[in-house]
Design a protein around this ligand. Structure first.
Ligand code: TPP
Ligand code: MG
Length: 832
């Protein structure tokens, strides 16, 4: 910088020499890097500033830097590698600060706190998870919405857990207070027997009107107790809304996640969600994260919560800023809200605001915190409510009368709530759900899923073509040649081809397809090859995106190595894109258990708890092939246990055509239910599981495949998946003509009639045997036995399975072979 350059400083402009400029920058950089450690961030002063040797500088410049970086805002941003972003933050912090409409802010603080107080007085002994202590969350979100509205936002999608949720529903989503109070009134328990959820988990929607009169829709996502599990769901939902809106979607739909300090640091799913931020398949143009940080998790102190100084520092692995701010410097909080929002829109980046306050009551209002934090709570008890402190600071004379008026307003709303005869639902469903149904299965939901052989041929042509100048890998070339023969009816079709045909036929008629999972573009088992890679330049060509003019999107992404994060995202996506086929694929079905909370809380229970539907598909490779305890079982038993009231579908298609029909059925029916598909591994290309093209012209997916070769069996083996093919091979080897083999292709909803019909076909059969590869304590055994007994009539019902085991399978391929042979032998002879 040349001599005499003018630099803006906090107290005007000064002419500085080059040497002074360098020195000034050096000192400022130290404060920009470490100032947050000494910032005044905890309103109650328990979080003492952390000494840092490099900050022990005195003098004019240091004082100026300290005033900016060690006051009530502490920023971590010097780890951001892009200088433009760092300079942007620097300029915003070191430049002049905007005026705040303090009257407006005060009113919000009063509203937020008085709302909590009325709840406390009227519903003493009820849990509500009060916001008091971080009440400034309300003006913070308010400022974020105001700023976002100036940038063209149409909807704010909020994911948050318990703390302050009811307050957000009223102050941000602008639902009438009586609707929330009504949640505390007694209801007729018969209306919610066996279903529903607690009031601080239910979703809400509403319209926020900005000061300039713009309408911003607010969508608070339904949330389970499992802290942070809602994060990827919220982001996935936002992405779907953005995709629906087109190119500017990222500006129109803004995700906001409000985290607790203990949960943010402790839960792995937070890190998984943050990691999605800049990945093309999952990006939403930046999520705004707010920590409602009360330095406590239930009874646990912050020093017991995380190894880092701040909970929010989990986010430091990413090149994104973290703004720590003292929750009692209200104006600073509001300013940070605007900076954070502007940063998101300027750089399309995530941003974190760590709002550090306290918790006025116990974890819930029925919990006594003085047992575990007596000194802290003594201090809290003596501490005035924030609105009073702020009113005094800004010398607002009418604050008391305002508070009285607002109290009267909420008290009137509370009285009104008691007179409501029906419990209000706090949300409206988006219009795109109008055509889709949940609830119990009805046969009239079915649609034909077969295609003519001409159409299959046409699609095949598109799926196997690539540009003339494309340098294709010889192995892929061969695969495409084989697929061309399959589509022409010259060789049986395998699963990879069946899936490609299903996807292509769907996008052709306008149904978008979105699939993500680990190594999914190629396919873990080298079976998919949805993306062709030029071997000279690594350019990509995706045949599924070239099926027809005006086709729908087909997106297939390799996901990061995450299960709950990615499944949560895809579940969320499916919630806001019911017209699309949305699939998540586990690398092996075994790994889905890492996402068990998402499976339990959203996929399986979402409809029951919140009345919210999803057609998400889980592809879970399953089968005993000697690959060891963690490469064998997708844990059918767990899904079966979670199944009730037609909440999900669990299917194991045993051949390629069945897979094709199943995928098409899922997209083309208007019944939206999660679909769990146990997919093959070794059978992917096995001739026994391949299908002739004629089977693709069949009308529908068949929930049961009855015996077709034998009609006077004495014994019926009933099974699902790969073992059925092995049983058939064994029967052939034994030249056995007295054993029928029935494939159960859909385990849930249980196709009782179809199975009963398949059994009845074998009038001479005296024995029904359920055969499974899984150990006796796993697989579908417990589920099947009572159901088989119910339809078996006079016949006896037996079972063949591996011995009960603590782990799903042996780790020895040889032992596996021995076990497998014993299973097959037992099924035919009763002896192993
Ligand atoms: C995954 C999970 N584990 C444990 C709990 C039980 N739990 C509910 S709230 C809470 C403390 C949360 O602390 P924090 O995230 O700081 O939020 P705060 O309640 O302080 O706002 C715990 C442990 C839970 N809900 N979810
Ligand atoms: Mg906390």
């Amino acid at each position: 910088m040349p001599d005499g350059t003018k630099l803006a400083t906090g107290n005007g402009s000064a002419v500085l020499t080059e040497a002074t400029t360098v020195e000034r920058e050096r000192i400022f950089d130290v404060f920009r890097s470490w100032g947050y450690l000494q910032a005044d961030l905890d309103p109650l002063g328990f979080l003492a500033p952390q000494p840092h040797p490099e900050l022990q500088i005195e003098g004019e410049i240091a004082r100026e830097a300290r005033r900016i970086y060690c006051a009530t805002v502490g920023i971590e941003f010097m780890h951001i590698s892009d200088p433009e972003r760092r300079h942007w933050i620097r300029d915003r912090m070191e430049g002049s600060q905007p005026e705040i409409d303090q009257g407006h802010v005060l009113e919000q603080l009063i509203r937020a706190e008085v709302f909590e107080q009325v709840l406390q007085q009227r519903y003493l002994g009820s849990k509500r998870f009060s916001l008091e202590g971080v009440t400034v969350l309300i003006p913070l979100i308010d400022e974020i919405i105001e700023a976002a509205a100036e940038r063209g936002v149409v909807e704010l999608v909020i994911g948050m857990s318990h703390r302050g949720r009811l307050n957000v529903i009223v102050q941000v989503a602008r639902r009438a207070a009586e609707e929330v109070f009504a949640g505390f009134e007694d209801v007729d328990p018969r209306s919610v027997l066996g279903s529903g959820d607690v009031k601080y988990h239910m979703g809400a929607t509403g319209d926020y009107i900005t000061r300039a009169g713009a309408k911003v829709h607010v969508h608070l996502v339904s949330n389970p107790s499992h802290l942070e599990a809602v994060d990827p769901v919220t982001v996935g939902r936002t992405r779907a809304k953005q995709d629906r809106a087109g190119e500017d979607g990222w500006k129109q739909f803004l995700p906001l996640l409000v985290h607790g300090d203990a949960a943010f640091a402790g839960q792995g799913i937070t890190a998984e969600t943050l990691n999605l931020a800049d990945l093309p398949g999952y990006s939403v143009g930046g999520t705004v994260h707010i920590l409602a940080n009360n330095l406590l998790g239930f009874t646990t102190q912050y020093s017991e919560e995380h190894s880092s100084r701040f909970s929010a520092q989990l986010a430091r692995r990413q090149s994104i800023p973290i703004f720590h701010v003292n929750a009692e410097d209200v104006d600073a909080v509001v300013r940070v809200g605007r900076i954070a929002l502007d940063y998101r829109y300027t750089f399309g980046s995530d941003v974190v605001v760590d709002l550090i306050g306290y918790r006025r009551h116990g974890h819930s209002e029925v919990d006594d915190p003085t047992v575990t934090q007596p000194l802290l709570y003594r201090a809290i008890q003596e501490h005035s409510p924030l609105w009073e402190i702020y009113a005094e600071d800004i010398e607002a004379e009418d604050a008391q009368s305002k508070a009285a008026a607002i109290r009267a307003e909420y008290e009137a709303a509370q009285k009104k709530a008691g007179t409501l005869t029906k419990k209000p639902t706090l949300r409206e469903l988006p219009v795109y759900w109008a055509d889709f149904k949940g609830g119990r299965y009805k046969p009239q939901f079915e649609v034909d899923t077969g295609l003519s052989s001409e159409e299959l041929g046409e699609i095949t042509h598109k799926l196997t073509a690539y540009p003339p100048a494309f340098h294709i890998h010889p192995k892929v070339k061969k695969l495409l040649e084989q697929r061309a023969e399959m589509g022409a009816g010259k060789r049986p079709l395998d699963y990879g081809m069946a899936e490609a045909l299903a996807f292509a036929s769907l996008v052709k008629v306008g149904v978008p397809v979105r699939l993500s999972g680990q190594d999914t573009r190629r396919g873990t088992f080298n079976q998919r090859h949805s993306v062709l890679v030029d071997i000279e330049n690594e350019q990509e060509f995706v045949p599924l995106q070239h099926v027809s003019e005006g086709q729908a999107r087909c997106e297939i992404y390799n996901s990061p190595l995450s299960e709950p994060g990615v499944l949560g995202f895809e579940y969320g996506y499916s919630r806001d894109y019911p017209e699309a086929l949305v699939l998540w694929e586990a690398q092996f079905g075994d790994f889905a258990n890492v996402a068990q909370a998402v499976i339990d809380q959203f996929v399986c229970a979402g409809e029951d708890k919140w009345g919210l539907l999803s057609g998400v598909v889980l592809l879970l490779p399953h089968g005993y092939e000697g690959q060891g305890p963690e490469h064998s079982s997708a844990r059918i038993e767990r899904f079966l246990q979670l199944a009730a009231r037609d909440n999900i579908q669990i299917c194991q298609p045993s051949n390629a055509a069945q897979y094709f029909h199943l995928l098409r059925r899922q997209a083309l029916r208007h019944w939206r239910k999660p679909l769990i598909v146990l997919t093959p591994k070794s059978m992917l290309r096995h001739p026994d599981a391949s299908s002739p093209i004629a089977d693709f012209t069949h009308r529908r997916f068949l929930p049961v495949l009855a015996e077709t070769e034998i009609n006077a069996a004495r014994r019926i083996l009933i099974c699902t998946g790969k073992i059925g093919h092995e049983l058939r091979a064994e029967r052939k080897k034994r030249k056995n003509t007295a054993t029928a083999i029935v494939f159960l292709e859909q385990l849930y909803p249980f196709p009782e009639q179809e199975l009963a019909a398949a059994i009845a076909q074998q009038a001479a059969a005296r024995e029904i045997i359920w055969v499974q590869e899984e150990p006796a304590n796993m697989g579908a055994l417990f589920y099947m036995l009572p159901r088989l007994r119910h339809i078996a009539g006079e016949r006896s019902v037996l079972s063949v399975k591996r011995s009960a085991s603590a782990s799903p399978s042996t780790g020895s391929p040889k032992a596996h072979e021995v076990e497998q042979r014993a299973l097959l032998s037992l099924a035919f002879t009763g002896k192993s």
